[in-house]
Design a protein around this ligand. Structure first.
Ligand code: CMC
Length: 429
């Protein structure tokens, strides 16, 4: 960690303080400003946490300038090419890639937890058929806490492991049920003879006449999509999960809070917004008009830009190739949307407005197109992202609870409201 310090001087009083500088394994050093309130009577001001490291973490590393994403040190490109989503889940949770027997035990555990209690399935009957699947997901995942009281002691490491496996096991089952409920189709039980992604597909799409019909190209595309979305360090939803967990809330409530945060169009809702945008554009000839609207700041180009990646999103590079492979097998009905996407990508990458602001297609530009090609309804896109990200959320939640001296999260504020004043009786206002 080194002995470097940064001196902060209050120019009004002349008082100075030496703040320790902490250096992680990789990345920018951080100034430890925790002594500021006691020494200088001041806090730091950083709306939207643009410059604040909220925790120490050994799970994921991102270098936004160089377009690097590592999970436990392993580059995302290698994981996407050589690994499976479940193996990445194990890695995120345990810090190391599993040996063969460890993987088998993990896989069996996840399978065991994939089934839903009949009572949980009944939750769905309370939702309207046209409810947004994210509304169902946020409610049902939070509701899991009503079923597992006896195995929810957050101070018990075995319980924490169980909760992690239960979340990873049940997320695809709940997601598939959300889809089928919307479509008016009956629930399909998980199958232990299929792998995680095949099973997910089967639960979503199986029909009495094509039960075993899972397309391997589609399975591979979804596997990669899940890997690419599994974790992304301290983004808005993960920070929400950590903040909720820091109050010692149960893990299902914390994951539900993460799902709620993911829902927004600036975060996980972007993949859904991409398809809506492509449909609004309707035809490649309308793109120049749309780009004008973007430049006039009437609309944002959904699926472009990122808070951290300012040169390129490494996940977008990988998923771009998968997207192209998948789209070679497209039927004609999906072609027009993809043609608009390609043209938009080309124009935006060449236009000075986007180059200047470092706005590149992000992972969700392509994930929306892939999910669309997989016949997953647009309203389900953020649910698919939530299934993938549940691994990262629960790994980050566990890491936080395992930290010695973990404290409840409590940001400060710069108060800009009224000064102290006396209450005025109603008839004198
Ligand atoms: N389209 C058009 N202009 C944009 C966009 C966009 N998508 N994103 C940023 N800008 C412009 C913005 O208007 C501003 O311009 P100016 O300097 O002239 O005022 C400049 O770029 C900087 O914008 P910002 O809002 O300060 O950038 P940010 O880092 O806070 O925003 C973002 C990051 C992801 C919220 C934003 O780029 C955005 O809204 N993108 C569209 C939504 C999206 O695709 N989100 C998915 C992100 S990837 C999945 C995930 O990790 O959750």
């Amino acid at each position: 960690m080194g002995n470097n310090t940064v001196t902060i001087r209050d120019n009004t009083t002349g008082k100075t303080i030496d703040c320790p500088v902490k250096q992680g394994t990789l990345g920018h050093p951080v100034i430890d400003s925790r002594a500021l309130p006691n020494e200088l009577g001041m806090f730091t001001f950083d709306p939207a946490f643009v410059t604040t490291a909220s925790c120490e973490s050994a799970i994921t590393y991102i270098d936004g300038e160089k377009g690097i994403l590592l999970h436990r040190g392993y580059p995302i490109e290698q994981l996407a090419k050589k690994s499976t989503y479940l193996e990445v889940c194990y890695l995120l949770l345990n810090g190391e890639l599993p040996k063969s027997d460890e993987m088998q035990t993990f896989q069996k555990g996840i399978c065991r937890f994939s089934v839903l209690h009949e009572g949980i399935l009944n939750f769905f009957n309370g939702f309207r058929r046209d409810a947004h699947p994210m509304a169902m997901l946020v409610g049902v995942v939070g509701g899991l806490s009503s079923y597992y009281h006896d195995e929810m002691d957050i101070n018990n490491p075995e319980h924490r492991d169980l909760c992690a496996k239960r979340i990873i096991g049940k997320m695809p089952t709940i997601a598939a049920k959300c889809l089928r409920y919307t479509l008016g189709r009956g629930y399909v039980d998980p199958r232990y003879d299929l792998n995680y992604v095949e099973n997910f597909f089967n639960m979503m799409f199986s029909m009495p006449n094509k039960r075993d019909d899972v397309d391997p190209v589609a399975v591979k595309a979804l596997e990669i999509m899940l890997i690419l979305h599994a974790d992304h360090e301290q983004n808005a939803s993960t920070s929400t999960v950590r903040l909720a967990g820091s109050s010692q809330a149960n893990p299902y409530a914390c994951i539900s809070a993460g799902i709620a945060t993911l829902w927004g169009a600036a975060h996980g809702g972007a993949n859904e917004a991409v398809i809506q945008m492509l449909n609004d554009i309707g035809d490649p000839k309308n793109i120049p008009n749309y780009i004008e609207k973007v430049k006039n700041k009437e609309v944002r180009l959904m699926g472009f830009g990122h808070r951290v990646y300012k040169n390129f999103d490494p996940r977008a590079k990988i998923i771009h190739d998968v997207c192209h492979q998948l789209l070679e097998c497209l039927d004609d009905s999906q072609r027009p949307l993809f043609d608009i996407a390609l043209e938009l990508e080309r124009i935006a990458l060449e236009d000075e407005y986007f180059i200047e602001r470092k706005l590149y297609p992000n992972v969700d530009f392509y994930s929306g197109i892939i999910l669309n090609a997989l016949n997953i309804p647009t309203s389900m896109f953020t649910v698919m992202f939530a299934v993938a990200r549940s691994a990262g959320w629960i790994a980050q939640w566990k890491e936080m609870l395992e930290e010695p001296g973990m404290k409840i999260g409590r940001p400060r504020q710069l108060y800009i409201g009224a000064d102290v004043r006396d209450y005025v009786p109603m008839d004198q206002r």
